[in-house]
Design a protein around this ligand. Structure first.
Ligand code: NAP
Length: 297
């Protein structure tokens, strides 16, 4: 089959592309990022949401859509990402794509006041309305080589004298390994039935428990204290300024604290974050992972 992946030089897309190539499938990508040294060697077309899209998608069987923006920032926003994604779905339908594997988020909700979750909710409905066969996969948070959140928790533990968790830290998070998630995406490419699957791993942590677990695995002794969310945000803002990034947004803190990265569902992946982190003690958190640096082409 022929597969189109948005962002095959990115985080999730790269893992999906590698798996498909290993299975002998034909793969192309839509991306604005340059090919990196370890990127899959596949034809790349610009990720531009205009009339040319359907032409690029023509002849493809499956679209793997990872496209989204993490926060509003200057040249990009959630609202543009919603419009762009709808154009992508429409182009896929016009091009005769058989199935769309769409990456969403746990607890998407069209009525949410958080734009990330609201936009993802709108897109799920838009995708269903296309009439194209779909699999919607809803990850909570992904970890694995090249991830941002877990790495930067480890980075903060390594580099700061104290780690502040927002509020009491009792809200939950269910990280899934990016390779398990990519395997799920590939598996779904060969199915027919419309489906929605929560992308969660085998371990559920409270946020405080997650920080304590990483701290224990890396054998870093730092006080882990509760701070008001606003104080946590301003500390993150300061780190953002120092690192030239957006480390965390108020919306991300609210989503996390509202338990939106938790679902009551069976795990879809088997790799434990604790096992993975144990295997990464030399490298995890040594360098800060910057979202904005990834966006510079
Ligand atoms: N990573 C996680 O922990 C996590 C957790 C929950 C949900 N998700 C969802 O999983 C999907 C993939 O996430 P990922 O971390 O693998 O993302 P990614 O590789 O950084 O990016 C995925 C795609 O989105 C495009 N993109 C990202 N930010 C953009 C921006 N600001 N402006 C324009 N295009 C942008 C990328 O474009 P280029 O190809 O040009 O780089 C790429 O095509 C997303 O839908 C995300 O919402 C991820």
């Amino acid at each position: 089959m022929k597969h189109v992946i948005t962002g095959a030089f990115g985080y999730t897309g790269r893992a999906v592309a590698r798996r498909l190539l290993a299975a002998g499938e034909q793969v192309i990508t839509l991306t604005n990022s340059p090919r990196k040294q370890d990127s899959p060697d596949i034809p790349a077309y610009p990720l531009i949401f205009d009339d040319s899209l359907a032409g690029v998608l023509k002849g493809s069987d499956v679209l793997h859509n990872t496209y989204w923006v993490r926060f509003n920032h200057g040249r990009f926003s959630h609202s543009h990402a919603v419009i762009n994604s709808m154009r992508l779905f429409a182009a896929a339908k016009k091009a005769g794509v058989r199935r769309i594997i769409h990456v969403s988020i746990t607890n998407p909700d069209e009525n949410s006041r958080l734009e990330y979750f609201q936009g993802k909710g709108r897109l799920e409905r838009a995708l269903k309305e296309t009439g194209v066969s779909y699999a919607i996969l809803r990850p909570a948070v992904l970890f694995g080589n090249g991830d941002i959140l877990i790495n930067n928790i480890a980075w903060a533990l390594r580099h700061l004298p104290v780690f502040g968790v927002f509020g009491d830290g009792s809200y939950r998070i269910q990280p899934m390994h990016v390779e398990d998630f990519a395997a799920l995406m590939v598996e779904q490419a060969y199915r027919e039935a419309n489906t929605i699957i929560n992308g969660i791993g085998p371990e559920t942590f409270t946020y405080r428990g997650l920080v304590e677990t990483i701290s224990g695995i890396l054998q870093i002794t730092r006080p882990i204290i509760s701070v008001p969310p606003a104080v946590g945000y301003w500390a993150g803002w300061l780190i953002s300024k120092l690192m030239g990034d957006v480390t965390i947004t108020p919306e991300e803190i609210e989503g996390l604290m509202s338990d939106l990265l938790y679902v009551d569902a069976p795990p879809a992946g088997t790799t434990k974050l604790t096992d993975w982190a144990q295997s990464q003690t030399e490298t995890l958190g040594r360098k800060y992972a910057s979202e904005l640096a990834r966006r510079q082409v």
